[in-house]
Design a protein around this ligand. Sequence first.
Ligand code: T3D
Length: 262
Amino acid sequence: MNYEQIRFESADGIARITLDRPDRLNSFTDQMHEEVRDALSRVASDGSRVLLLTGNGRGFCAGQDLSDRAVAPGAAPVDLGRSIEKNYRPLILTLRNLPMPVVCGVNGVAAGAGASIALACDLVIATRSASFVQAFARIGLIPDAGGTYFLPRLVGTARAMGLAMLADKLTAEDAEHIGLIWKCVDDEAFAATIDALLAKLAVAPTRGLAAIKRVLHASSHNTLEAQLALECETQRELGQSDDYREGVEAFLAKRTPQFSGR
Ligand code: T3D
């Protein structure tokens, strides 16, 4: 597929998807969804060991492209459920289920479903000038694309309620302070920080990282007993991996491990 609204690169175990409609703050159209879907299916099978999702220009993503919607007074109502079912739900589930770390590089404002998509990723790094806006309430909607799931789990119900109902801009610094994201870094350091992180993750024990992702996410709905059982089962499985053997051998030999990701 030829991409017109995103850019996709994959090399040395690192895949990068860049949303590329800067004049519309990278808001999502049907076409962009299709292109991202296609790129994600390539990431799943091209040997990538880490994925970066980021945006081009001064925004990360402003959610759904609202100019795509015919919502003039008197017009037939739009079925937003259809758009969510077709586009946003599979996107969020794919990001969550990819067996590798997904890094979100929030290069600017993340609004509406754009904010939810960022929160669906595993490590969110934002520029200091970036911001997060739960813009949904401004147009009479609820946080979708997983927003109502991620927000209370990341920052608690009180903060989730305030962010969702007031729809105020949250600075990247405040997002880091309240635990909504992993880190915010100076704008000038953003590209280098992301590159270093991707390089580190691309040679890490990928199978182990995928398991960390799966098991940590499972903890949000498991009992302690079920979680302990899952840890036991997962550790048993990882104990059979090449990377575990290599990690232990390298530790004992006092050398740097060479993880294959298997
Ligand atoms: O609909 C469905 O399919 C269901 C799913 C819904 C999921 C959703 O995401 S609903 C929420 C949709 N998103 C929003 O409501 C956010 C709308 N945008 C904003 O509130 C603001 O643009 C921002 C807070 C993100 C940034 O503000 P600011 O002042 O930095 O930029 P701006 O001037 O508003 O935007 C720059 C341009 O991008 C501007 O176009 P112009 O005037 O230069 O020609 C603006 O219209 C355009 N733009 C920004 N967001 C969108 C957009 N165009 C279309 N759709 C957008 N979402």
